[in-house]
Design a binder for this molecule. Structure first.
Ligand code: UGA
Length: 460
């Protein structure tokens, strides 16, 4: 009998087998489709993640271009700080365009519109007041740093505010903010006085000099050359200290300035070279003013005459560097010099957007001194007689900390070009300073007394 290949007739449990098979199939199908689903969804997830990342990067770039521009265009020695951009955008939002424009708009025909950097500083305050008083538009900028008591800077700010000058609180390294200011106002001029001052402090805090006097200056020049429309004429504060170890006296602008004695002097000299570059490439009109030991009311507490008055009143000893002489220059004379430099500056010749200049522009440098050096010992005896009190004097050797033994300005160039003629001798100028000092600090004492009296009333 041939083997029968006929399958045995299905057993009776065929239905159960079918059920099993279909359940197996559907299980398989479910596994397959869940695998498919898994791979599809993971692809989707991957793509969505990429899309999301790209969107975020795009949004970030659009929102914070300052991060990129800082790292690309600023030659700041400091690493880019993301907080700075956030700070900048906060400051941008807090700007009041109406107030800014009102402050910067001249009130006389053909008046200038001037951005004064370092407006809460000593020279900045006096210049801003004088410019505003003659009908120019003035907007101040200051970072109110704590190199010396910021309350004095705020008191100067109050004075300026009373006289219609607004100060924007910001750093000159904040290029986004500078750009915004130049968008709001078509400044005809910049009086750039913001700087890290002080000769001897450079040994303690060298980086602050680089940040303000080099990087900050470049930041301002970049914006003035590339973003301002029209490009403003810029007058800025250099220093007598650029003469360094020069022995030829009186100091004239043609003398050598390649031997600075301090980092402060070196950064001011660097500023003069940087000015040359921006004048050469972009046609910025640039005038550097070499100030000679400027003093007067609302002055800087870090300077010798100021601290001597303070210490003599307090009965504290003072150190006098033997044989030191300075061409002390009174603030009102310096203000006249700054205004003369602003008025005589020819316009910049570059086109906005950083295109090359259309012709040569002004590149000038002037001494603003008093032409009459006085020994520091003499300065102290004038203060003693004004205060009616003797100083406790320690006459010591001049320490080697960047100081130079003497300064003496030849100002014939400034006289020729804008009529600069200093007219205040040290005795007259110090008298004005002491008068201010007594008034200013007496008011403080009175207000403290009042405060105490009020506290007593409140506690009783
Ligand atoms: O002409 C300038 O370019 C510079 O003038 C001043 O620098 P400086 O002349 O050193 O002014 P002070 O610090 O007020 O010193 C005045 C004189 O007093 C002397 N001095 C200073 C301090 C001290 O304790 N004792 C002392 O005899 C100094 O040697 C100097 O001869 C400013 O502080 C700088 O910011 C400015 O740029």
């Amino acid at each position: 009998m041939a083997p029968s290949f006929t399958s045995p007739s299905p057993p009776d449990n065929s239905k159960a087998a079918l059920k099993q098979l279909s359940s197996y199939n559907s299980h398989l199908l479910r596994r397959v489709s869940s695998h498919k689903l898994l791979s599809i969804s993971s692809t989707l997830l991957f793509r969505t993640a990429i899309l999301l990342t790209m969107t975020l990067v795009l949004l970030f770039t659009l929102h914070y271009p300052s991060l990129l521009s800082h790292s690309l265009s600023l030659s700041s020695p400091h690493p880019t700080n993301p907080h700075r951009s956030l700070l900048s955008s906060n400051r941008l939002q807090s700007l009041n365009p109406l107030e800014i424009r009102r402050s910067a708009t001249p009130t006389r025909t053909n008046g200038l519109s001037i951005l004064v950097t370092g407006a809460a500083g000593f020279v900045g305050t006096h210049c801003s007041l004088a410019l505003k008083a003659r009908g120019d538009g003035v907007l101040g900028l200051d970072n109110f740093n704590s190199y010396y008591d910021p309350s004095l800077k705020h008191a100067r700010q109050k004075l300026l505010h009373k006289n219609g000058v607004v100060i924007v609180e910001a750093d000159i390294n904040d290029s986004q903010l500078l750009i915004k200011l130049f968008q709001l106002v078509h400044f005809t001029h910049v009086l750039h006085l913001a700087a890290q001052a002080g000769v001897r402090y450079a040994m303690k805090s060298p980086q602050s000099y680089i940040q303000s006097n080099v990087a900050g200056f470049v930041s301002l020049l970049e914006v003035a050359a590339k973003n301002a429309d029209p490009q403003p004429a810029i007058v800025w504060a250099s220093s007598s200290s650029v003469y360094g170890l020069n022995k030829v006296s009186p100091f004239s602008e043609s003398h050598r300035t390649d031997q600075p004695a301090s980092l402060y002097a070196a950064t001011k000299k660097a500023g003069e070279e940087i000015a040359h570059v921006y004048n050469h490439i972009y046609g910025l009109s640039l005038t550097g003013l070499r100030f000679f030991t400027v003093y007067g009311p609302w002055g800087r507490p870090d300077m010798a005459y100021f601290s001597f008055v303070h210490d003599i009143i307090e009965g504290k000893p003072i150190n006098i560097f033997s044989n030191a002489k300075r061409d002390f220059t009174y603030i009102d004379d310096v203000v006249m010099g700054c205004i003369g430099a602003l008025d005589s500056a020819k316009p910049s010749t570059g086109l906005p957007g950083g295109s090359k200049k259309t012709g040569p522009a002004d590149l000038r440098v002037y001494n603003l001194g008093n032409t009459s050096p006085v020994p520091v010992t003499k300065m102290v005896s004038i203060i003693e007689s004004l205060l009616g009190k003797k100083a406790k004097k320690n006459v010591v050797e001049m320490p080697s900390n960047g100081d130079v033994p003497f300064t003496h300005a030849n100002v014939s160039l400034a006289k020729r070009d804008f009529g600069y003629q200093p007219s205040t001798d040290l005795g007259t100028g110090l008298k004005q300073f002491v008068k201010w000092y007594v008034d200013y600090y007496k008011l403080e004492v009175i207000s403290k007394k009042k405060e105490k009296a009020q506290e007593k009333v409140a506690s009783s």
